[in-house]
Design a protein around this ligand. Sequence first.
Ligand code: NAD
Length: 548
Amino acid sequence: MSNALPEDTCLRGGRLLHDPLRNKGTAFTDEERDALGLRGLLPPRVHTQDLQVQRVLENVRNKPDDLDRYVRLIGLQDRNECLFYRVVMDNIEEMMPIIYTPTVGRACERYGHIFTRSRGLYISIEDRGRVAEVLRNWPHREARIIVVTDGERILGLGDLGVEGMGIPVGKLSLYTACAGIHPIHCLPITLDVGTNNERLLNDELYLGAQHRRVRGADYDALIEEFIEAAQEVFPNIVIQLEDFANVNAFRLLAEYRDKACLFDDDIQGTGGVALAGLYSALRITGQRLCDQKILFLGAGEAGIGIADLMVAAMADEGLSREQARRRCWFVDSKGLVVASRDGLAEHKLAYAHEHAPVADFLSAVEALEPTAIIGVSGQPGAFTRETVEAIARINERPIVFALSNPTSKSECTAEQAYGWSEGRAIFASGSPFDPVTVGGRTFVPGQGNNAYIFPGVGLGLIASEARRVTDEMFFQAAKTLASEVSEEDLALGRVYPPLTHIREVSALIAEAVADAAFRSGLARRERPADLRADIKAQMFSPEYPNRA
Ligand code: NAD
């Protein structure tokens, strides 16, 4: 386990208590209090970390709603990171929806109003020409992974400008909680290029520049300078793009994936988690990936990201890219994406196949006879009874993934998918659903949460000091995740392992990703003799070190 901090012995007294990475609060022992000038600065009784956890849980659970719980937990993160991670890791299913989606979305919408203390780094469009200087102001030169947003498409909430900072902060907390990436290696960044959100432009407590979004050459110049400066200031840095709008997300990924160790979780992480769900589903149907025909509802970052990764994985099974693409079809708000349609966005072109126009999703299911339907449209109820009945007529075990978040946006509910298919659907959702009993059988729906994939991928990239992020790394991550689903899980219809196994799963994903980096010559360090042990040794664990 790697909990070591640089200059560990320098801090003493009040300054030590105000350093969240080193503070232990009431858990400083008598010896530490004497050795570190803390005597009298803390209430006399020494508490164990277990007792501290008990106090935190009591306080958090007593709060009237999740936004209050979020504020309380972030306050703890600001005071004592080790204790924060102990609480989050030991109660991951309860805490993840508070420190990340959906509560973090509510926090972002109120960010300027609930703001207490700055976390992360802000780089504004006015900082062009001195981005490296701003990056050097970050107090930890050990940063190994950046999550960066420009706040334009925060979750499903749209443009929140700099108040989207809650997302990089929350996401990096999951990198630590789920994969043990040390907090000191995590750097959340928000690029302030303005906002087009009228409410924020008129809110005097808004925390960013109150002008409209800068676009075009000036925007591109800031991004370029940022990516170059990040690599210069923090050698071996991993950069994860987060919640950029479609207009920028696809082109930034295409532009920089061969120039930095960079990926976009909304596109590639979603691809990884959905592909893992599909691999698990194929363990149930006994079919091969390259024999699937997949029909997507929604052709945005999630849909295209999933299809691109499936194409890469099918190509690995022997299909040509063109054959693989022809196995992926899209319906967007204007109907089936076909070659004859005018004005298709660039990212849809590869999937615009020759076919007569089809106006709606049900007709597309009937015309194409897919083995799987994947909803990533944000359109609740779009998987109607007729649609589910149609795919259940075509397939003995139809694959129905309704991935839109939050639960209220899901294309269908778990109960509908199982009920309308007489319990034959293999179902997964983006947001959690309770178990469902149909015809005397109980099903436990799997939740295709990106947190199954990105933390392990990040850890593998850091551990191998990878130069680039490849599709292979993501489909190896997906295979690893699917292989961690037990036969008992599959018998319940569950295509993902329980979230409580996330640390072990992330370590295995990290190993698979690092292995891919070593095999493809993309690692900047020598392969260790025991890769698994090497990765485990790098993982942070929230135990207090002895400081006496
Ligand atoms: P996006 O805005 O990039 O794409 C949405 C797509 O849906 C667009 O192509 C749009 O044209 C299409 N669409 C809108 N209305 C439609 C309609 N009536 N019929 C058909 N298509 C329609 O968003 P995104 O990032 O791709 O996310 C889409 C959804 O997927 C969101 O609800 C998001 O929460 C969910 N998602 C889930 C996961 C997960 O489960 N792990 C991960 C990422 C995104």
